[in-house]
Design a protein around this ligand. Structure first.
Ligand code: FES
Length: 239
């Protein structure tokens, strides 16, 4: 008999930052100073990348350990450790699109109670005979990073230099329910830092977070200093 959903203690969402979902929407602004004129540079990215440090998730150190990550109102990304490898799954139940979450060493559909093993194969409930969709996952052993490719989640950035102002306008598609922040890299690869921005062309550059609603958003950043790359990230919370 299937467990009744109302009698199960579902995990509560922990509202700390587990990782960052990077839209990989880097904007190359040249290696010169930003005194150069710039208009409409944008990223060709098509897929999103979810990068996480294994050390941040001790539960993934043991075989069968699983986590669920949310970056908005979409379905969670589920990651579990198998004997020799990791697997990343889309937490959307194939039966009727219920949300699937980690629960007691398995994955559990919060809609009709189907249960899936750590490889995403349903072994109980109405979803039996189906399997959760799998994402491409790369384990970078040297750096201890897991990188999951999430199709169609990239949010490219359009960059426009404001005439007469020392600012750039960054326009991007926000993710509904996600919190976004802007980061900067001096080089394509290398250290990033969080950038404060303004929500209006002349507003104070003191905003660090923006709530996404699925619409296009524009934020304004300083272009003083050397050229480089901007990224707009969506914060991820752990279920
Ligand atoms: S939607 Fe998951 S079991 Fe029905």
């Amino acid at each position: 008999m299937l467990p009744c959903q109302s009698k199960i203690d579902l995990p509560t969402r922990r509202e700390f930052l587990a990782a960052l979902f990077t839209g990989m929407a880097c904007c190359r602004l040249g290696q010169e100073t930003w005194a150069q004129p710039m208009t409409g540079l944008m990223s060709p990215a098509t897929d999103g990348k979810l990068s996480l440090k294994l050390a941040d998730f001790p539960v993934l150190a043991s075989e069968g350990g699983s986590i669920g990550l949310m970056y908005g109102t979409d379905f969670p990304v589920l990651i579990s450790r198998l004997a020799e490898e990791f697997v990343a799954l889309r937490g959307e139940c194939p039966h009727a699109s219920g949300t699937v979450i980690p629960l007691n060493g398995s994955f559990f559909c919060t809609n009709h109670g189907s249960v899936f093993d750590t490889e995403g194969i349903a072994f109980s409930g109405p979803a039996v005979g189906t399997q959760l969709p799998q994402y491409t996952l790369t384990h970078h052993e040297a750096s201890g990073l897991l990188e999951v490719t999430v199709p169609n989640m990239a949010h490219s950035i359009t960059v426009v230099a404001l005439s007469g102002a020392d600012r750039l306008a960054l326009t991007f598609q926000s993710i509904s329910g996600a919190k976004h922040e802007v980061r900067f890299r001096a080089q394509l690869t290398g250290a990033e830092s969080v950038v404060s921005f303004a929500s209006t062309p002349t507003g104070s550059l003191n905003v660090t977070e923006l709530s996404g609603d699925g619409t296009s958003k524009t934020v304004y950043v300083s272009r003083s200093g050397q050229g480089g790359f901007f990224l707009v990230n969506a914060k991820v919370t752990q279920l």
